[in-house]
Every structure is written in C-alpha cells, then in structure tokens.
Design a protein around this ligand. Structure first.
Ligand code: AKG
Ligand code: FE2
Length: 382
C-alpha cells in the first residue's frame, strides 16, 4: 500500500489551518486585533488564509494595480540648493507642490546607512511578541509621546486598514530616549533631526514663492510638532480586497517619508496639469531617496495654490512592507489660515482661520475619507 505524505507546503497549510484563530464574530476579531494589540501582524502570524470580512473594502476603495502607472518625475537633488542651480531647484519644488503635492528628493542630508537602519529597526519592533508591543497601546502606554496601534481610526471605520503602526512624538532628546521603544529610538531620533533642516528649507522656499515672509516665531509655530511613525503592512492573502492605508491627505505642514523597495504608495492627480488628471500614480521606490508630501496646513496657508495630495497604500501578498514618515505639524496653539499676502493677490480667501488643535481633533476623529479633512477649514461659496 502506498501512503501519500503531505508535501511541506501542504503540511504548512494544514498546520496553519489548525492554528488559525476562529473569530465567532466581528467583535472578537476586533478585540484580538485592536484591543489586545495583536494587530494585523498577529492575525497573519496566527495562520490566516484569507482576509476577514472586516478588512474587505467596498469595491470603489480597492486598488487595481493595472489601472495606474508609475510617476516618472525625476527626484530633486537638494544639494543643488547650495549652488548655481539654486533657482532651478526652487522652481522644481514649487512646481511639484503646485501640481502633484508629492516629489522625491536625493542628497537630502540623511545618510543612506541610516535609512537602512531605520527599515531594520521597524522590522525589529514589529517582530516583537504582541505583548511587548501592547504596552504602548492607547490607554496603557507609559507616555502620551508613544503609541502603538493598528488601522487609523478603528472605532470609526467600516473596513479596517491592513496596517500596524507605532507613533513617536518628539518633545526633547531625553524624553525620546527614555520613552520611545529601544528597538528604534536612536535611529528614529537621528532621522527626525537630520530631516528637519530639509523640511525648514522646503517650507521657506514655498512660502517665499508666495511673496510672503514669515518671522521665525511663525515658522517655529508651523514646524513645532514633530513625530516619527513606523508603518508595518504585513503580507496580505487578498491584496485586491484590502487597503494598507485608505485615501487621505496628511494634516500637517510637510511629511518626509522613507519607503522600502516593495512599492504600493499611490497619489491622486487632482487637477488637469502636465502630470496627468484624476488618475492615481504610483510613487516608485527609488533607493536612497525620500518622498516629500505637502500637508493640509500648506494648502490652507497658500489658499489652495499648493496641493496637499490625496494618497493611499496598496497591500502585497508576497512580503511585508515598512514605511517611516516624519510628520512636521503646527503646534496645537497655532492658528492657521490663508496668508494675507496670498488672499490679497487672489481677492478671496478659500479657507477660514482655525486653531490647529481643533483641526487635529477633527482629523483624528474621523475615518480616512480622501481630502475631506480640508472641509473643516474650507469656506463654501453657495
Ligand atoms: O506607507 C506609505 O507609503 C504612506 C503612509 C502614509 O500615507 C501615512 O502614514 O500617512
Ligand atoms: Fe499619509
């Protein structure tokens, strides 16, 4: 008699199927992933073979890889800001901010080996056992400066995002080194500091181009709050049904983002311009480059001239992806509104002045919904 032994992949599948947790209801899945801090990573590690209902996006939110092309904009060489090509680089930055709201930069002042270490650090953190990450969950974290979580606003979302994250807010070096997780605190702090100069330079260029000049205290106010996030998108069994991050714009001033080589970041071309119209472009990974994107704050300040780009992230079935954004946002007490010089030129204000704390509360109080966050400050003309 011949006995067919299972092949090792069949064995794995059988083993996984027997290990896979059975969630009797959407509530028990929510408890496991969100409340207990197992995250999407915990779900995948438990041997999941297909995505649970709670992660299935409505068809209009799903991302079809075939429908979009890669953005072919050359990365901008920031080192040339210090030489004879200064004006040309300024023009490139301004044009990118006015059209796509996204661009990539090289020679940005962040050493390439630090970029590699950051990606490794992100993997080290998310590879920790769930209970070691769960100590940073909202409500139990030892400090408001550090938060681990999953999705964006799980309690508000019909379909959850296929992403875990850790968010590290900067107040001082001492605080960061004391509170942030040991797997990533040193590299995250170094990255935050080294990227700050480029953020300041870019903001000054954009504001200067509007014919406005801001004093140092106003610049400080607009750049005063910094945080480094690490995003982890586990390999997904059904990438065509899920999103890593849903459509959104970033609320702050400028975001600097490091992505690994896997790809999946898409940006929407809003208006008719020479980059495209209405379509989604993938921002391709470029080794050594950083991605810059304009946040809502700059769109509001510029009275809509600069675009806070709508973007989203696809998931992949083959490998887990990490991305590491530094968000630079105004301090909570800052008031943001269109700059008077721009309103004078435009003859009309498209946004009202709002307190940034209120803007933030509205942003974090709602699920991602494209550029809806801007409606909080938008003046609608009937
Ligand atoms: O993972 C990415 O490439 C983008 C993440 C993102 O948009 C965000 O964290 O706001
Ligand atoms: Fe974003």
């Amino acid at each position: 008699m011949r006995i067919d032994l299972p092949s090792s992949s069949e064995e794995n599948a059988i083993l996984h199927a027997s290990m896979a947790p059975s969630f009797h209801s959407s509530n028990s899945l929510y408890e496991f992933v969100v409340k207990d801090g197992n995250g999407v990573k915990g779900l995948v590690d438990s041997g999941l073979l297909e995505v649970p209902e709670r992660y299935i996006q409505p068809s209009h939110e799903r991302i079809n890889k075939q429908d979009s092309r890669a953005c072919d904009m050359e990365p901008i060489d920031l080192s040339k800001l210090n030489g004879s090509e200064h004006e040309k680089v300024v023009d490139e930055i301004v044009k990118a901010a006015e059209t796509l709201g996204f661009f990539q930069v090289v020679n940005h002042g962040v050493p390439l080996d630090l970029l590699e270490s950051l990606k490794d650090a992100a993997h080290s953190f998310f590879n920790l056992p769930p209970e070691e990450k769960a100590v940073y969950l909202k409500g139990v974290s030892p400090s408001p400066k550090i938060k681990y979580g999953t999705s964006f606003a799980p309690e508000k979302e019909k379909a959850l995002e296929w992403k875990d994250y850790v968010s590290m807010v900067y107040s001082s070096d001492e605080d960061a080194l004391q509170c942030w997780p040991s797997q990533c605190k040193e590299v995250a702090l170094e990255y935050l500091k080294l990227s700050s100069k480029m953020v300041r330079d870019i903001v000054k260029i954009l504001i200067g181009n509007l014919g406005a000049e801001l004093d140092d205290s106003k610049i400080e106010g607009l750049l005063g709050l910094k945080m480094v996030n690490m995003n982890y998108y586990p390999a997904c069994p059904n990438p065509e049904l899920t999103v890593g991050v849903g459509r959104h714009s970033d609320m702050g001033t400028i975001t600097v983002l490091l992505q690994d080589g896997i790809g999946g970041l898409y940006v929407k071309v809003e208006e008719e311009n020479d980059v495209g119209k209405g379509e989604w472009l993938e921002i391709p990974p470029i080794p050594g480059a950083l991605v810059i994107n304009i946040g809502d704050t700059i769109q509001i300040l510029s009275n809509g001239k600069y675009k806070s780009a709508e973007h989203r992230v696809r998931t992949t079935s083959s490998q887990s992806r990490v991305s590491i954004p530094v968000f630079t946002v105004p301090i909570a007490t800052e008031r943001i509104g269109p700059l008077p010089e721009v309103v004078k030129k435009d003859g009309v204000a498209h946004y009202r002045e709002v307190g940034f704390q209120d803007y933030m509360n509205n942003f974090f109080g709602n699920a991602h919904a494209g550029k809806k966050s801007l409606d909080f400050a938008r003046i609608n003309f009937a």
